[in-house]
Design a protein around this ligand. Sequence first.
Ligand SMILES: [Zn+2]
Ligand SMILES: [Zn+2]
Length: 154
Amino acid sequence: MLEIATQFKKNKLKLTPQRLAILNFLRNTKSHPSAHEIYESIYPTFPTISLATIYKTLKTLAQVKLINELNLGEGNFRYDGKTYTHSHFYCNKCNKIEDIEIHSLPLPSIKNALERDTKNKIDSYEMYLFGVCEECLLRENKLWFNLWIELANM
Ligand SMILES: [Zn+2]
Ligand SMILES: [Zn+2]
């Protein structure tokens, strides 16, 4: 809380209850929600808050790097309360985003190699992995299994 207050002060932002609620919500969820999902979670506590305020707050928090905007090509952003470098897995079936923190991934050495080869200075990097999550795989396997049982009993 004190740390959040300091960060708000440092960025010359007013610490409003709504801003704090959105930031806390994002810091305590692993789900990488959309603005709409954030709105639905915040609304019961702040019934007067509008979706427009949520969007504006998210923009502001992202600008001062208190949160991250993730663009996975869905046409809208997803939001992340974790601002340190980490990678993401996106499920193409259920649109779930999971954090991937495999420290054995040689991302820093890839960055160094790219800087050397391209002569560009890379300030930040992240990796997106796309596929089908474990839950969806299990569900699909079950569907196929049930279909197979049905066909076998025909
Ligand atoms: Zn899935
Ligand atoms: Zn994340």
